[in-house]
Ligand binder design. Structure first.
Ligand code: FES
Length: 178
């Protein structure tokens, strides 16, 4: 979803085009505030992450308290509160994935990318995060890269996947994410 018409938000805030897109989304719901999740995606797409200014912009347009917007956004793993790389890797660390070796996968990613959880590679290609259950326990241990699910991971499989993303080729995931 691209709210932009070429105009970007000022600083890390929302452009008038993004605000208009949020109003358009609100108009599609009997209860306009039900558009909050979509509005947050509009803001994230425009700014690149949910900056305090972007959160404030969403709150203003939707006439919601900033604290409520922040609280809702923080509940979902698909929203980012810091600038991220081109590909956000989210490794599930919940029970099924933990029992199936997600710790080894996470450690392998840290070593391979030379970053810790929460960090972005210097070339801004990958950001590494952990996540709660990603609703694909049958693929444990699994990770999301963007919206793409990759499961039954081994270190070797992780290497092959990362190479495909780094090359910019089609990553051919198992499935789109939840
Ligand atoms: S526990 Fe990892 S996807 Fe459910």
């Amino acid at each position: 979803m691209n709210a932009g018409n070429g105009e970007r938000g000022t600083g890390n805030g929302l452009s008038s085009a993004a605000r208009a897109e949020i109003r358009r989304l609100m108009a599609q719901f009997p209860e306009p505030q039900s558009a909050l999740l979509d509005a947050l995606f509009v803001a994230q797409e425009e700014v690149g992450y949910l900056s305090p200014e972007a959160i404030r912009g969403v709150a203003e347009v939707m006439d919601l308290p900033e604290s409520e917007v922040t609280s809702v956004a923080s509940f979902y793993h698909l929203y980012h509160f810091k600038p991220v790389g081109a590909h956000v890797i989210q490794v599930c660390t919940n029970l099924s994935c933990a029992l199936n070796g997600c710790g080894r996968i996470l450690q392998h990613l840290k070593t391979r990318l030379k970053i810790d959880v929460g960090q972005t590679t210097p070339d801004r290609r990958f950001t590494l995060k952990t996540a709660e259950c990603l609703a694909a326990c049958e693929l444990a241990p699994m990770m999301l890269i963007g919206d793409d699910r990759h499961g039954q991971l081994t270190p070797e499989k992780v290497d092959a996947i990362l190479t495909r993303y780094a090359d910019g080729r089609s990553p051919k995931p198992e499935a789109r994410g939840p």
